[in-house]
Design a protein around this ligand. Structure first.
Ligand code: ADP
Ligand code: 3PG
Ligand code: MG
Length: 401
């Protein structure tokens, strides 16, 4: 898929450039992992456009607001962005789905000095955003003269600020979007073999598409985390009181006999998943009724690390244990080390996932991995759908409606 790339130069002076970013980050606590990556990756484009005298109009969603609440206002991002990048944003709080608000916004943009950077209010406050309403796309299009999508993490959403807008303005892919697509495409197009995948996390149903795709294109797929419990249950093995997504058992049953699928051979269990608990490593056949699984076991850590050490292509999404609790974070840390070391060496390594990236980044080995993806759902859908995402197809005009 060839995406239209924006050339930044003098011709952009005083042009109104509408840029979709994905600054959907939790506003509580310190910025970590995925959150800081999501912000940092967009700063070069914004600085570059402003340096060349464009008037930049940024838009993002923030959370999944049911109604317009202050906690979801993008105004909350202004100080965070300033602290991270020095970029000064001018907040445009006008209600765009109201004709008066739209006309005020247009006036403010029209009289703005070159290099001004506006930030629009949360796009999900606008009626029709998540429905990809053409009326709202038209409203957005009136604010700018060209559109740049630099929001890979939103490209799986067929929304007005991602898809609809591209039908009305000349539209381009921003640099961080280009980089994501290039990096993830290497997993799909002739990956060097052996190609191994580690998939973990909470819910099998949320990753089933990517898992099925990886079972086709990779040589080995290691499944850990609570997702593995569903496979154990599908095999009628006892998992004690461990977390389980019951509804996904039929999905697991379909894949259970797949040759490439590897499940943990042992696990770390405890009576409860908390900081103070006493944990044991047991073989998966020996899990007791009162046990709760919190991590892959030491035998699995070793076996899977050995597989990773021989790989030429590696992809990892989803922790293999409850990384929020140190006792159950070792499996993910050990695999992270193996993946980072091997990626620093001959293999091509890609990691993504909101709960996976903190493990990588806290280890200090993040830079050894070839690509850290900002797309949680978007990365999984990219893998599941052979690189096709609504936001990308819209840029190449493949998505017609
Ligand atoms: P990512 O955001 O990286 O894609 P997910 O959101 O799919 O990852 O899954 C992360 C969550 O899975 C974490 O909250 C972690 O505690 C949970 N998890 C992993 N292993 C287990 C387990 N054995 N039991 C319960 N929860 C688990
Ligand atoms: C993400 O955090 O994965 C993206 O920002 C998409 O958010 P959404 O799942 O609320 O559409
Ligand atoms: Mg998560």
């Amino acid at each position: 898929m060839k995406l239209p790339e924006l050339t930044i130069g003098k011709s952009l002076k005083s042009k109104r450039v509408l840029v979709r970013v994905d600054w959907n980050i939790p506003l509580t606590g310190e910025l970590a992992g995925l959150d800081s990556l999501k912000l940092e990756r967009t700063f070069p484009l914004i600085k570059d456009l402003s340096k060349h005298g464009a008037v930049v109009i940024l838009m993002t969603h923030l959370g999944r607001p049911k109604k317009q609440e202050k906690k979801y206002s993008t105004k909350n991002l202004i100080d965070i962005v300033k602290k991270q990048s020095g970029i000064r944003l001018r907040f445009l709080d006008k209600k765009l789905d109201d004709p008066k608000g739209l006309s005020q916004a247009k006036k403010l943009i029209k009289v703005a000095k070159p290099s001004t950077i506006f930030l629009l209010e949360n796009v999900r406050f606008n009626k029709g955003e998540t429905e990809n309403d053409p009326k709202l796309a038209k409203v957005y299009s009136e604010l700018g003269s060209l559109f740049v999508n630099d929001a890979f993490a939103s490209c799986h959403r067929e929304h007005a600020s991602v898809v609809g807008i591209t039908k009305l303005l000349p539209s381009y892919a921003g640099p961080s979007l280009m980089a994501e697509v290039e990096a993830l495409s290497k997993l799909l197009k002739k990956p060097k073999k052996p190609f191994v995948a580690v998939i973990g996390g909470a819910k099998l149903s949320s990753k089933i598409g990517a898992l099925e795709s990886l079972l086709k294109i990779a040589d080995k797929v290691m499944v850990g985390g609570a997702m593995a419990h569903v496979f154990f249950a599908a095999k009628k093995m006892s998992i004690g009181k461990s977390m389980i997504e019951e509804e996904a058992i039929p999905l697991a049953k379909k894949l259970i006999k797949h040759q490439k699928l590897l499940l943990p051979i042992d696990v770390v269990v405890a009576k409860k998943l908390n900081e103070k608990t006493k944990a044991r490593v047991v073989r998966v056949e020996d899990i007791k009724k009162t046990d709760v699984i919190g991590d892959i076991g030491t035998g699995t850590m070793l076996a899977w690390s050995q597989i990773i050490r021989k790989a030429q292509t590696i992809v990892w999404n989803g922790p293999v244990g409850v990384t929020e609790i140190p006792t159950f974070s070792n499996g993910s840390k050990v695999l992270n080390q193996a993946i980072a070391v091997r990626s620093r060496g001959p293999a091509y390594g890609v990691v993504g996932g909101g709960d996976t990236l903190p493990v990588v980044m806290q280890s200090g080995m993040g830079e050894w991995i070839d690509h850290l993806s900002t797309g949680g759902g978007a990365m999984l859908e990219f893998i599941a759908n052979k690189g096709k995402l609504p936001g990308l197809q819209a840029l190449t005009k493949e998505l017609k409606n």
